[in-house]
Design a protein around this ligand. Sequence first.
Ligand SMILES: [Zn+2]
Ligand SMILES: [Zn+2]
Length: 441
Amino acid sequence: MCLSTPTTATDTSNGDTKSGTATAAATATTSCSSSSQCPNAAACNLKPNQTPTQFDCNGNEKSLDSSIIHRKTATKDTATTNDNSNTSSSLGYSEENAVYKEIQKSAKDSKDAIATEEYKPKIRWPDLGAQLFLHSGAVYGLYLLFSAKLYTFAWLIITIWISGIGITAGAHRLWSHKSYNASLPLRIVLMFLFTIAGQRDAYTWALDHRIHHKFSETEADPHNAKRGFWFSHVGWLFLTPHPKVAEKRKVIDMSDLENDKVVMFQKKWYIPLFAVISIGMPVLTPWYFWGETLWKSFWICFTLRFTLTLNAAFFVNSVAHMFGSKPYDKNISPTESPFVAFVALGEGWHNYHHVFPWDYKTGEFGSYRLNITTGFIDLCAKYGLASGRKSVSPDMVKRRAQKCGDGSRFLTDEFAHKDAVWGFGDKDIPKDDLQELAKMK
Ligand SMILES: [Zn+2]
Ligand SMILES: [Zn+2]
C-alpha cells in the first residue's frame, strides 16, 4: 500500500513555493493497494519496514513536516503546554504521514481496536429536533412562498447567495484552507455573511473541515462518506461523533485562527450574533421595508433559506464524495460534480480540491459561472481586499492527473483529441512510431 502526495504549492501572487500543511492535507486519502495500481512504482514497491510516504504521487521526496500539533487549550494541561515538536512527537506524528500513522495505529493498537468496535453512535435529540424543525419548516416556507410578496422572494435569493459566499469564500477557502489572504474589512464582511448562513462559528467549522481533509474517509473524518450517503449528508450533525473525531479535534493546528480577532470574536459571541444576524436581520427586513407578514417572513427567510443553504453545503459532503469522475486521483472518493459546483457556488470540483486543497479556485477548470466564489475572490483581489492567492502550476496538475487520475481530465474540451492523428502523414504522429513504421516496411 502506498500513500501519495503532491508536495508543493505555488503562490500566484509572489511566486513563492510552499510545502507543509496543504501537502499533508492532500495526502489524506490517496492510496493504492498494489504497485500495479499506482503509477509511481517507486512509491509502491515497499519493503515491509519501509516508510510508505517517502515519495509522493509525482515521485518527489515527501516533506517530513507535519502540520499536526497539539493545539493549545484554555486549560493548563501539561501536555498542551509542551512545545509543538515535543508534543507532536509524543503523539507519534513527528515524521511520518499523519494518515498513515492513523491507519497503522488503529491496526496495531488492540485496545483502540476494541474501543472502535464498541463505538455505537447515539442520537443527539436536540440536534435531530433542530434538523426536523428546519426541514419541515422549509416545506411550509416553500408553500407560503407562493403567496408571499415578490420582494420577499428576491430577498430569499439574495440572502441565500450572500450567505453562501460567506461559507465558500470565508469559512472554507479563507479560514479552513488559508488559500488566500483577506484584509480586515473583507474578513469582517465575510464573517457577517457567514453568520447569516447559521452554520456554527467559523472556528468550529474550519476545525472539522481541516480534520475532514486530513483524515478523509477514515473514522476520524467527521462526515466520513464511507458510512453512507445520509450519514455524510446530515446524519453526522445529529449523531455522537466517533471518538477519533474528538481525538483529532485536539491535535489539528488552529493557531492561525486563534490569532484572528474576527474569528475569535464571532466564536465568543456566536449565540447573540446568530440571533441577530441569522434570524433577526433576514426576517425583520421584509416586514419592515415592504410590509411582509412576520409569519411568512420567518418561515421563508429563516427556515426555508437556512435549510436550502444547509443542503447545498451537505451536497459537497455526500454527492461530491460519491458520484462523478476522478480526473486527478482515482484512489480517493471525492469527485468532480458540476451539479454541486452550481448549487454550492463552485465547490463541486471536489476531486481536484482534495488533491490541491490550498488552491483558492478549488478547481482547475470551471468558468466563473460554475465557480462564482472564485470570481468573488478575484474581484476582491482587484480592489486590494484579497491577496496572496495560492494556486497550482499547470505542470503539477498534469503530472498528478497522468499518474493518479482516472483519465477523464484528458477527455475535457481543453485536452480532447490533442494527441489524436487523422492518418498516415499527420505531422503529429510521434517520431518513435514513425521510426517503427519505417522498420516494418
Ligand atoms: Zn475543503
Ligand atoms: Zn470533501
